[in-house]
Structures are given as C-alpha cells and as structure tokens.
Ligand binder design. Structure first.
Ligand code: SF4
Length: 227
C-alpha cells in the first residue's frame, strides 16, 4: 500500500459492518483522527489525540469495499475524533458518496461553519450532534477546550441549521457520571422544536494507565484498525 495522502491520511479506522450505529441501518464506519476537544471521558482518546499511533489505511481498498458492497449496505458513518476538524473532509465525503450510499457525519458541533458547508453542498445526509450537557458544564466536560459561551454560540448555530433542515439532525448526550437528570433536562431544553435528545449510557472504556481518568464517555471502538 502506498502511503495515503491528503484527507485519506486521517482515516485511521474502518468498521465494515455495524448494526447499531445508525438506527435501522446496516452501515460501514470510517474513523478520522484528530479532535478539537479534550473530554476527560473520551472513549476514542488514541484516535482523537494521537492518531499517528494508529496505522493509516488503504483508501483504495476502502473505496472498493464501499463500491462493491453498496447493494447490501444502508449507509456510511463518518466519525472520529472530530471529522469537522479534518482538512478536506468534504472531499472525503464526496468520494464516499460516489458509492451511492447515504452518509451520516458525527460531530461535537463546535465547528458549525463546517457543518453548514457540508449541508449546503449536500455532502452528508444526516448529522449526529453531541450535546455534551448544559453550556456551563462544557469547560469541565471538554477538558477546558470550550468555554460555556463558545459552546452556546456554536450549538445555537447548529440548532438554527436543524430548524431549517428538519430530518437532517440527530442530537444525543452521553450520560457521563458528572451529568445529573436535571442536566439532561437542561440539554433537552436547548433543542429546536420537533427534535428529541437521545441519551446514551456510558460504559467505561479500557484506557492506558497514563490516560487514566475516573470516568469515560461511551463511544464505539475504532473497529478494524488494520484493514
Ligand atoms: S469525546 Fe469526542 S469530542 Fe470529546 S475528545 Fe473524544 S472524540 Fe473529541
């Protein structure tokens, strides 16, 4: 395999088939490295903060897989890390779209301008947005990466997009131990009309000692890292 260039060099995981990522669909999942947050509960910390410790994958094989299996897949999820931080993510989505499969993009919502661009150019069909909790808890929930004001500003832009594009946004919160039921109600109250907040349970991930934290956010494993 020649070394992947450009946006494909960020692809550090590929799960060929998932039955639970996109409700009701059989999907493949691409995992992109890098993230703009430092959530102490991060489940994909290696991918998010140290993607170079994971091997790059062969884009030719991934594209061939999606093309050849498009008849029995129902979609492709692009996740991370945080895909909106990846330079040229739109180009990757464009290439994935050539498979003819619907695309879902997972995001923490902190780069609404990227989400707006991807939406405008119809490079993703659906956006699954993490609402981590009440705005005033964002500094603690994101390892100090986002202020309460920035979280509010960014998510309100996302909510405005959701109002304009009904059906294109899902919202979810992982109930990490520092969130109370009252916090979940506050987060639920942020959503635009006709949208519901999916609450995900958290499961402590395995983590190397040097990254040990008291609690962790449930995310999926990176999948078939070595393709
Ligand atoms: S939990 Fe998500 S948003 Fe937070 S650091 Fe990990 S990948 Fe980034």
């Amino acid at each position: 395999m020649s070394k992947p260039a450009g946006v494909w060099s960020y692809v550090r995981g590929f799960e060929r088939l998932s039955f639970c990522d996109w409700p009701g669909r059989h999907t493949s999942i691409l995992f992109l490295g890098g993230c703009n947050l430092r959530c102490p509960t991060c489940h994909n910390f290696q991918l998010a903060w140290d993607m170079h410790s994971l091997p790059a994958l062969d884009p030719v094989r991934i594209k061939a897989f999606l093309r050849d299996r498009s008849g029995w897949l129902d979609g492709v999820t692009i996740t991370g890390g945080e895909p909106t931080t990846v330079p040229g993510v739109g180009e990757l989505l464009y290439e994935v779209r050539k498979s003819g499969l619907p695309v879902k993009l997972d995001t923490n919502g902190m780069r609404p301008e990227v989400v707006a661009d991807l939406l405008q150019y119809r490079l993703a069909d659906v956006f699954a947005v993490d609402v981590k909790g009440p705005f005033d808890k964002y500094p603690a929930l994101t390892g100090g990466a986002v202020s309460a004001l920035a979280a509010q500003r960014n998510l309100e832009r996302i909510f405005a997009l959701a109002e304009l594009h009904p059906g294109a946004f899902y919202f979810r919160t992982t109930k990490v131990p520092s969130l109370t039921e009252a916090d979940l109600d506050i987060a639920r109250g942020y959503l635009p009309p006709e949208h519901t907040l999916t609450i995900q349970n958290y499961v402590p991930p395995r983590r190397m000692t040097e990254h040990a934290q008291p609690d962790h956010e449930e995310r999926r494993p990176v999948g078939d890292v070595v393709y």
